[in-house]
Design a protein around this ligand. Sequence first.
Ligand code: PLP
Length: 411
Amino acid sequence: MISAPAYDLEKVRADFPILSEEVRGHRIAYLDNAASSQKPRAVLDAVDHVYETGYANIHRGVHVLSERATEHYERSRRRMAKFIGAQSADEVIFVRGTTEGLNLVASSLGRYALGEGDEVLLTGMEHHSNIVPWQMVADLTGAKVVAAPVTDRGELDMDAFAALLNDRTRIVSVVHVSNALGTVNPVEEISRLARERGAYLVLDGAQAAPHLKLDVQRLGCDFYCLSGHKMYGPSGIGVLWGKKRLLEAIPPYQGGGEMIRTVSFERTTYAEPPAKFEAGTPNIAGPAGLAAAADYLDGLGIPEVAGHEARVREYAESRLSEVPGLRVVGTAREKAAVVSFVVDGVHPHDLGTVLDQEGVAVRTGHHCTQPLMERFGVPATARASFGLYNTEAEVDRLAAGLRTALEIFRP
Ligand code: PLP
């Protein structure tokens, strides 16, 4: 038995309407939170509230509904600044999610900071969204993308990382928590090393935001990205945080309405951040849902959520160790709520399909980390990823479903 969480788990589960859905004749056991998490009623209500009481285009109208919509939007920006420990709400840019945040930084910081022969240092456990945008800007600027290796446990090889940092390293961009392995990277140490070399540090916080108490100033990074949909907020909204002086210095990402001060055919001048990076009509209601998700997480207490998830993960690792031929991929000492695994003789997709028949949702595939899969010599893994509402009983159903898969595929 795992010990009880610091909050009332049944009450919390009742906050998430979808968790009482049945799929394939079973109550859903949703263990795919690293891909996207489910939404509490408070988030759904917050989005509805904007549409029902204060919806119009923002920042433009002189009329009441536009003022209300703008107030919802800007209040949410202030809330997210507090959630991540930003010094000012002007440092918070609303984006679609981590992918857009990383593309923005790669394009804008890349064009500002990179030249021929400069290096961008990544790690071998990056999500494709923290690899491909850097390759794209490297093609434009003549810079080179380098990746630090990962150990057999799935930790960043810090000696190799330090050795790869050199005077040509202009940007370091690292995943805070690995989606495929669950590894929590030592980002404060990484930040210290990057600073010593005068490199900018970008952190991909897509998997950190739902599990770790964030303080971007203490982490010592220059840019931080997160996705709302992985932290119980709506999809299509996320945050890119950047240090104010850098947001002022780097060029804009997209051009269009709202990001300008003046436009003429001869010359355009840009608005101050954050408007400079928010061209066009944004996701107007999404930020209110994201702010409600931040309230929800802080209401339970992120350390309490992380404590509960750690207990569920450890219970899962112990139950899965009883499954014959199962190997966990990624056994880092610091881990978030992810268990990636392979089972001898059964393809991960087959495991996922059998589990789905039992109402258990897991992810199978390369998790958008093909270089990492190659590092571990597997084409894919099955991944159970836990959230604040998961239970020991759901883990038992996962273990039982895997045994059913073994009976089918390895009779
Ligand atoms: N980085 C990591 C570590 C992720 O897990 C993901 C999504 O799975 C992303 C980036 C991309 O996030 P999004 O698809 O929300 O833009």
